[in-house]
Design a protein around this ligand. Structure first.
Ligand code: RIB
Ligand code: CA
Length: 303
């Protein structure tokens, strides 16, 4: 499966990109960077750092710096750290971004690999909505659009109503859900059933000295947030669960419903079922232990 991950790395993004690099079924052909956990120049820098560390030779195209109509962004530093990799502060600039902006890159790749390309969006949906506006055939050219985002049957994580990726650009998300021919939504409804604990990260470090140790080191900041703020003994494999859904749908219970996003007021970013909209496939449950096992099995195979 040819895959592009649209990402805001970001600690769980880094885990998902490592998983994709290790998964034998996945041919990761590029990354597109978006604001969200970090500023977009940090997202693209971190993505290029991961590409180098994983020994991949794939492009990174930089995308949207802000949500639709915004001129600034406050990254989730308290969750992912000042540079997006927890306590790590010195992250080198390696290589350069692709000459195309993210939305153009996505449109071109979808045309070039018509019917074969899966895009997995694990940050705000600004680049995806931009690609849909740029080419009305973009969504139809994709084999599948898998989105980490939303909280359809459970509370949000940024507010009681909204999950972070949707909250960060509610207008873009609402546009994407209005045009969903191939969309699969992987929200907090399932990603909070895949908690990864400190001992799991120690196991990664033990078996994967390079990548596993890096993920263990950057996860400490993330685990501290989950414990202090969420009262949880582990962090959600949010983005890795979405990448796993690209190839392992049978691990998920999937229902269909039209979706809309609340774009104003206290419930900004809420993802609400809406029967008047075209159906989106929504993950309602998951074999959480199976996802954790598959993630560990693949990532520990990395050097
Ligand atoms: O709500 C979790 C999502 O927001 C994940 O993609 C995480 O990386 C953040 O972007
Ligand atoms: Ca993310």
């Amino acid at each position: 499966m040819k895959l592009i991950i649209d990402t805001d790395p970001g600690i769980d993004d880094a885990m998902a990109i490592a998983y994709a690099a290790a998964a034998p079924e996945i041919d990761l052909i590029g990354l597109t960077a978006v604001f969200g956990n970090t500023h977009v120049h940090q997202s693209s820098r971190n993505a290029r750092f991961l590409v180098e560390k994983l020994g991949l030779n794939i492009p990174v195209a930089e995308g949207a710096p802000f949500a639709r109509g915004e001129t600034s962004h406050a990254p989730s530093e308290h969750v992912h750290g000042p540079e997006g990799f927890g306590d790590l502060t010195e992250i080198p600039e390696i290589g350069e971004n692709h000459t195309l902006a993210a939305a153009e890159f996505l449109v071109e790749m979808a045309r070039q690999h018509r019917g074969e390309l899966v895009v997995c969006a694990v940050g705000p949906l600004t680049n995806i909505a931009d690609a849909m506006r740029m080419d009305p055939e973009f969504a139809n050219n994709l084999a599948k659009l898998v989105i980490m985002g939303g909280a359809v049957f459970c509370p949000g994580n940024v507010t009681p109503h909204a999950e972070a990726n949707i909250y960060h650009d509610a207008d873009a998300a609402d546009e994407v859900f209005a045009n969903p021919p191939t969309t699969l939504l992987v929200g907090l409804d399932v990603t909070l059933k895949t908690l990864y604990e400190s001992a799991d990260f120690e196991g990664l470090a033990e078996k994967s000295p390079n990548m596993g140790t890096f993920l263990r080191d950057i996860s400490r900041f993330y685990l501290k947030f989950y414990k202090e703020v969420g009262g949880l003994e582990g962090c959600g494999l949010h983005d890795s669960t979405a990448v796993i859904a690209c190839t392992h749908e049978p691990m998920f219970k999937i229902v269909e419903t039209g979706l809309r996003v609340v774009t104003t007021g206290d419930e900004l970013g809420a993802t609400r079922p809406d029967p008047s909209r075209p159906a989106v496939r929504v993950c309602q449950d998951v074999d959480g232990a199976g996802v954790v096992r598959l993630f560990t099995e693949r990532v520990t195979s990395l050097p």
